[in-house]
Ligand binder design. Structure first.
Ligand SMILES: NC(=O)c1ccc[n+]([C@@H]2O[C@H](COP(=O)([O-])OP(=O)(O)OC[C@H]3O[C@@H](n4cnc5c(N)ncnc54)[C@H](O)[C@@H]3O)[C@@H](O)[C@H]2O)c1
Length: 327
């Protein structure tokens, strides 16, 4: 089977990882970056790919799919151009900075039956796949709440705040685990370092089912944390991406109301164990999924709609952050 012909845009800090994997899995036809020096470097590394500073030049007949790993404010325009040119699109997170823009991208992809896949990397992490299986199988019991911790001293970005830069990861996971969109979104935060760019943000979400979620997102913190906790009525599970071996820990801990006591709850504690998690690279699994969709068709456009739900929630959290009221 011939390899998918892909144009890749953006070979910066993260884009260099993405282009490496694209080069392994597909035919890298074009590499595009507005930075001449980076482009020259990549021309040497991938002599079979053409290089350009103009995104438009990548959208010719020799390209089936486009991968966008440029800064966030450029995503919407570049993804729109690529879809309008009839290309399947993988776009780093978040694909747009406003829900209306994301709605437009999803409509365009649906009208043209093209793949539009946002880079929700964590949904392809084998550890979080294991957490999703635990939630879906019912073995945690009824899920009550989920909370994410994504804190680190840096990388402090200046073209997006901590909510958009970090929150997009946790939100994509929370909405995927719970399978519903929030009915209430509250965010509080402050711009300690750069005017108008919140670096510490606390978010609260309430869902129609009654379940709740929380996210602590920060570039101003002593801890480096990449953690997601799911509290079920029967068991609880923690995903910790900073752990090398014990990425997932299941706690057989639960509240327990013995029949013989008078309204007094006790707790039940059992085993604490860590299932074996495959060491597969999430980025490779993610791009393999994109190329599979390109080969087989976008189906019900689930990935694009997941992206829309995440941007919609980010949009509402931003409204709450700015107004101080729930959105
Ligand atoms: N999935 C993840 O875990 C993860 C991690 C980090 C970053 N990201 C995402 O990856 C994207 C890129 O982040 P980064 O850290 O590589 O940014 P970066 O600023 O380091 O690099 C961006 C690159 O894009 C180039 N560029 C800018 N505008 C362009 C245009 N119009 N056309 C072509 N090239 C252009 C720049 O010259 C630069 O080389 C962002 O959307 C970010 O949110 C994802």
């Amino acid at each position: 089977m011939s390899l998918t012909r892909v144009a890749h845009a953006g070979v910066g800090g993260w884009g260099k990882n993405v282009v490496r994997v694209v080069g392994e899995l597909a035919e890298l036809t074009w590499i595009c970056d507005t930075d001449e020096e980076r482009l020259t470097d990549y021309a040497g590394r991938y002599p079979h790919a053409r290089t350009t500073r103009s995104f438009d030049e990548c959208l010719g007949d020799d390209v089936e799919a486009v991968v966008v790993a440029t800064p966030v404010p450029t995503h919407y325009e570049l993804a729109k151009k690529a879809l309008a040119a009839g290309k399947h699109v993988f776009v780093e997170k978040p694909p747009a900075m406003r829900a209306v823009e994301m709605e437009e991208l999803v409509s365009l992809a649906e009208e043209r039956n093209l793949v539009l896949m946002p880079g929700h990397l964590l949904l392809y992490h084998p550890g979080l796949r294991a957490v999703k299986e635990l939630v879906d199988s019912g073995s945690l019991g009824e899920v009550a709440c989920v909370y994410g911790n994504r804190q680190n001293l840096g990388v402090i970005r200046s073209n997006e705040n901590a909510l958009w830069s970090l929150g997009v990861h946790d939100l994509s996971v929370i909405l995927w685990l719970l399978g519903e969109e929030p009915s209430e979104a509250v965010a509080h935060g402050t711009d300690f370092l750069q005017d108008g760019i919140e670096d510490v943000v606390f978010c609260f979400l309430r869902f129609p089912s009654g379940r709740i979620a929380h996210m602590h997102l920060s570039w101003l913190d002593p801890h480096k944390m990449r953690k997601m906790t799911v509290v079920g009525r029967e068991k609880m599970v923690v995903f910790d991406d900073m752990e090398l071996e014990r990425k997932v820990t299941v706690y057989e801990k639960a509240p327990w109301e013995p029949a013989s006591s008078y309204g007094e709850w006790r707790t039940r504690t059992g085993d604490i164990f860590s299932p074996k998690i495959a060491n597969d690279e999430p980025l490779k699994l993610e791009l393999q999924h994109f190329l599979r969709l390109v080969a087989e068709g976008p189906g019900d456009h689930r990935e694009a709609h997941d992206g829309l739900a995440v941007v919609r929630a980010l949009d509402r959290l931003t409204t709450s952050l700015r107004t101080g009221a729930p959105a």
